[in-house]
Design a protein around this ligand. Structure first.
Ligand code: FES
Length: 100
């Protein structure tokens, strides 16, 4: 049985970054990361007990606008970020990190 090394990066390879907009503000996030994990990466306040992280609860649903498409609703735990993606409204239980 193989084991995951303890030094595996939490967000994978963060070398490649891309820009997304969250409620009108630009953020750099690692490529190929699900939106909910992007929020975690950015240090947003997340009510972790609300989210299953596996497409069952639908509590992570948010309004998004892809770069070349109409606004839509998506599950943030499943949607992989893409350059220029706009998150129009965060799901309940996720708040932008407060600036001290
Ligand atoms: S966190 Fe439960 S469906 Fe996304």
């Amino acid at each position: 049985m193989s084991q995951t090394p303890h030094n595996t990066p939490l967000f994978g390879d963060t070398q490649e970054q891309l820009e997304i907009l969250i409620e009108g503000v630009a953020y750099q996030v690692p490529a190929d990361l699900e939106l909910l994990r992007c929020f975690q990466y950015l240090g947003f306040d997340i009510a972790f007990e609300r989210f299953c992280w596996n497409a069952s609860c639908e509590n992570c649903e948010a309004r998004v606008a892809p770069p070349n498409g109409p606004p839509d609703r998506t599950l943030c735990c499943q949607r992989i970020c893409e350059p220029g993606l706009q998150v129009l409204s965060l799901p309940e239980g996720v708040k932008v990190k407060a600036v001290p």
